[in-house]
Design a protein around this ligand. Structure first.
Ligand code: T4K
Length: 378
């Protein structure tokens, strides 16, 4: 094990502003004592994010999960929602916690987003919406989904937790569908520590979201909705304002790292590299690879364990599938989504974050090559 790293490398590492910059920016709060409840910096971040993401309407919330829960609630849905199991468990939970029933559609074997060729067969009398996931920041087949949704009168809410800043044919990915939800969790391309947002198009929906994130309160004496508390506080909003200044540079750094991975791992039979989508300006949020045990003679789990011994902490995003999670597996079966099942058992997302160094990526790749017995130094 000649390549063991001295310091651990995790799958991701949050970007942070300069300490002095953040302290300077939060100083006014010590004068105003206004810390939360949709105050000044909450409003500022909403405006700056709308500008950066090129959208007209955006509502900040406490996290990506609440963005999903409230987006579904704001539309007043009931019945079945078609989604995919190849996602973080939050997507399914948000559907279930709205008393809606998830129906799992399989994924496309190349980009791992919803397989639209299997979508229509799942639509029934009870179907009210589709919740596709722009997984790893890959854009779903938005045009086809729109066509099918329109034909059947369904709402479309994209889980765009991974798709910050991604564009498709020059248009922001988050501008498709009735709504899109974003996560600004510490592990994301853009973070506010914890945070999220809903992008929407209809002012009535916006007013509903505003109320739902504040307990359903409309005014001091009127609470007409069963809301939650999903308000982003001022300290996090300021963190977001600081991080937003660096996000473009971060994406450039991620792109370079992505290209280094591609160079260092290319040409290995049995190791599939990320699919690069046409017409998409990516954000390089993740670097997922698939290990085909039949070809390599070593499987994903063994590689994962061996990398850990070498101080490299890759992750199995997204294994197990949502339809195989302990809380859902008595109701659903992952065998109904065979492509997702195959991807989930062979995928490993390798470390990817703006401050990762090129030489660290090279070392990670050398370790992978050594573990799978495919060549030494790069
Ligand atoms: N929809 C989708 C498709 C999502 O992927 C997510 C979240 C959501 C919805 C919901 O959005 P949020 O409600 O979370 O905003 C992480 C994140 O917690 C989660 O946000 C993310 N997706 C998911 C894919 O990954 P874990 O449990 O894997 O995170 P954790 O704590 O193991 O962190 C991974 C690594 O990152 C650690 O090994 C070290 C590093 N790290 C992490 C944190 C939190 C740091 O260096 N600093 C940190 O502060 O879920």
């Amino acid at each position: 094990m000649k390549n063991r790293l001295e310091k651990p490398i995790y799958v991701t590492r949050p970007s942070m502003p300069d300490y002095e910059e953040y302290i300077e920016q939060i100083r006014p709060l010590w004068d105003s004592h206004v810390l939360t409840n949709m105050a000044e910096y909450h409003g500022r971040l909403e405006r700056e994010l709308s500008r950066y993401l090129q959208v007209d309407r955006l509502s900040l919330v406490t996290n990506g999960h609440m963005a999903l829960e409230l987006a579904l609630q704001a539309l007043g849905l009931s019945g079945e929602v078609i989604t995919t199991p190849f996602t973080f468990i939050s997507t399914t939970h948000a559907i279930v916690r709205n008393n809606l029933t998830p129906v799992f559609c399989d994924i496309d074997g190349r980009d791992f987003t919803m397989d639209v060729t299997k979508l229509e067969a799942l639509i029934g009398k009870k179907t009210c919406a589709i919740v596709p996931v722009h997984v790893y920041g890959r854009v779903c087949q938005v045009e086809k989904i729109e066509e099918i949704a329109r034909k059947h009168g369904l709402k479309v809410i994209y889980d765009a937790a991974h798709a910050f800043g991604v564009t498709y044919k020059g248009k922001p990915a988050v501008s498709y569908g009735d709504m899109s939800t974003l996560s600004f969790h510490a592990t994301k391309v853009f973070n506010t520590v914890e945070g999220g947002a809903v992008v929407y198009h209809d002012d009535e929906v916006g007013s509903e979201l505003y109320s739902l994130k504040n307990f359903g309160i409309r005014s001091e004496e009127c609470t007409d909705g069963v809301g939650a508390n999903a308000k982003m506080d001022e300290l996090r909003a300021i963190m977001g304002l600081c991080n937003l200044r660096n996000v473009e540079a971060d994406i450039v750094k991620r792109k370079a790292l992505f290209e280094t991975y591609m160079e260092c791992l290319e040409g290995i039979a049995g190791l599939s590299l990320p699919f690069v989508q046409k017409d998409v300006k990516a954000n390089y949020a993740y670097f997922p690879v698939l290990f085909d045990e039949g070809v390599l003679g070593i499987g994903r789990d063994a590689v994962y364990e061996e990398l850990k011994k070498r101080n490299i902490y890759a992750r199995k995003y997204f294994y197990p599938l949502a339809n195989a999670a302990q809380c859902y597996r008595n109701v659903y079966s992952s065998s109904a989504t065979p492509v997702a099942e195959r991807v989930a058992v062979s995928v490993l997302t390798l470390p990817m974050y703006a401050d990762l160094e090129r030489r660290e990526v090279v070392l990670i790749c050398e370790n992978i090559r050594e573990i799978i017995g495919r060549g030494g130094k790069i």
